[in-house]
Write a protein that binds this ligand. Sequence first.
Ligand SMILES: Cc1cc2nc3c(=O)[nH]c(=O)nc-3n(C[C@H](O)[C@H](O)[C@H](O)COP(=O)(O)OP(=O)(O)OC[C@H]3O[C@@H](n4cnc5c(N)ncnc54)[C@H](O)[C@@H]3O)c2cc1C
Ligand code: FES
Ligand code: FES
Length: 490
Amino acid sequence: MSSHGREHHHAHDMTNSHILVQDFEYHRPVTLDEAVALRSQYGDRAKLLAGGTFLLVQMKMEQMSPACLIDIQGLVGLSGIRFLDEGLEVGGTTTIWELRNAGVVQRNYEALAEACAAFGSTQIQLTGTIGGNVCNGSPASDTVPALMALGAELALVGPDGERTVPIERFLIGPGETAIEDGELLKAIQLPEPEPGTGSAFIKVSRVRADLAKASAAVRIVRDGDCIVSCRLAFGSVGPTVIRACMAEEMLVGKAFSSEAALAAGRVASEEVTPIDDVRSSAWYRREVVKALTHDVLQAAWERAGERKGRGAGGARSGGAEEQESTALGALHLGAQEKQTVTLTVNGVEHHLFVRSNELLINVLRERLDLTGTKYGCGIGECGACTVQLDGVPTLSCLTLAVAADGREVITVEGLQRPDGRLDPLQESFIENAAFQCGYCTPGMLMMTKGLLTENPAPDEDEIRDYLKGNRCRCTGFAAIVRAVQSCVEG
Ligand SMILES: Cc1cc2nc3c(=O)[nH]c(=O)nc-3n(C[C@H](O)[C@H](O)[C@H](O)COP(=O)(O)OP(=O)(O)OC[C@H]3O[C@@H](n4cnc5c(N)ncnc54)[C@H](O)[C@@H]3O)c2cc1C
Ligand code: FES
Ligand code: FES
C-alpha cells in the first residue's frame, strides 16, 4: 500500500462518531412547496433529512458532506396512510413502525408489514421512514423487495410538478436512484390486492438487529391450484434490489407445489448477482436464495388461499391509519451560525444557543450535565443513548439538537418520582440484578418505558423484540427480561 493509501485508511479509522464535525446549513420548511423550492435552489448541495438514521450515520462516517440539510420530518401532508380509489398511498415520511403496526398493511400487504418488522431495531423503526429507506438506494433496504413484489409506484414531486415511476425503474445502482435534483418522494402507491392474492417477506441476517445478508419478497395471485401471477424480488444479492423474472415465468400458469418452488429457487439463485462482503459470501447468498425462494413462495401461497374470493372490499375493512404530523414552524440556521432553541427536558424548559451540527446527546450530556444518557457507538447500533422525544424512544446520537426545537425530552434522570424515589422499573432492575456495569441501563430503561406505554403487558418475545437494538455487553438479556416481567407483574 502506498503511503498515500495508508494515510487515507488511517483518516477513515479516526472518524469520530461522538460529534458531527461538518458544518451545514439547516432548513426546516413547513409546506411541501417550500421544501421543493429549497431543494431546487440548492440542487445536489442539499440533502433531505427525514429520520436521519441513514444520512447522519453517513455524515458522521464522513462519507457524505452536504452543504445544507432540508428537514422534512414534520412536513405537513407527507406522512400517513391513505386509501386511493384502487389501492393504498403511503406518505414519504411515514415511519417503518407505523407501517409495521398498521392493520391495513398487516392484512393486505403482508410482505411490507413483515419487512418493517424485520428492520434493524425498534428505535430505527420508530424514526426511520419508508421514503428514506427507498431513496438511500441501498440494495439491502428491507422495504424495497417488498414494495417491488407488491408492484409499488413512487409519486415524486419536483419544480415541474408530479410524476409517477414504478419502483424497478427508480433503482439504478448502489446508492443511486432516478430521483432528480429538486425532487422528493411524496408517496408510495400500492395497488389493491385482487382476490386470491398473498405476499410474504423473509430476511436472513447475522443477528436480528442487522442489515440483510439476503432477503426475498413475493406476491402471488392464485386461482385454485394454479399460480395466476407472481412477482419475486431479492435484496442484498445484487447492485440494487432485483426481480427474478425467469423464476417468475417458470411458475406462472403452473400448479403450485413444493418441488416447483424449489425449482424456482434454483433458477433465482442463478439470476442474482451477489458479492462477498462483511456480512456474507457470494456463495452463501446464492445458496440461501434457493431456500428463501421456496419458503417465501410457500408462505404467500397459503395466504393467497386464505384471501380466496376476497377482493377490493377486503382492503378497505378496518380503515387506514391517517396520521398528520404537527408543524413545528419554519426554521433556518446558517452553517456557522448559532440559534436559540427551546427544549423541555424532564419538565424544565431550556433555551439553548446551538449550531446546526450539534447533537442532542452532546447538548444533554455536556451542556445540561445530564450524563445518565450514554454514548456508546454514536451510529445507532447500541441503544445506550436512547431518550424519549415527545414520548417516543429516540437515539440522541442521531438527533440534531436544532431538530428537537420545541419538543419534549425525557432522560433517565427524569424517571425519578417527585418525592425522590426511583421509578418502579428502576427498582425492578435493581431487585433482579439486571445490570452489572450499568452502561446500557439508561437506554434499556428508556426503551422499556416506551414499550410499557404501548403495551402494558408484553410477553417475553415482545420484550426481546422491542429491546433488540439495545446492546448489553455484560449482564445478558435473561435478567433484563426478568426485570421487565416482574415490573409488569408488580
Ligand atoms: C443501526 C441501524 C440499523 C439499520 N437497520 C436497517 C435494516 O434492518 N433494514 C433497512 O432497510 N435499513 C436499515 N437501516 C438503514 C436506515 O435506518 C433505513 O434505510 C431508514 O429507512 C432510512 O430512513 P430515514 O428516514 O432515517 O432516512 P434519512 O437518513 O433521513 O435519509 C436517507 C436518504 O434518503 C433521502 N430521503 C429521505 N426521505 C426522502 C424523501 N421523502 N424524498 C427524497 N429523498 C429522501 C435523504 O436525503 C438521504 O439521502 C439501519 C440503520 C441503522 C443506523
Ligand atoms: S450511542 Fe447512540 S445508538 Fe449507540
Ligand atoms: S450492564 Fe454492562 S453493558 Fe449492560
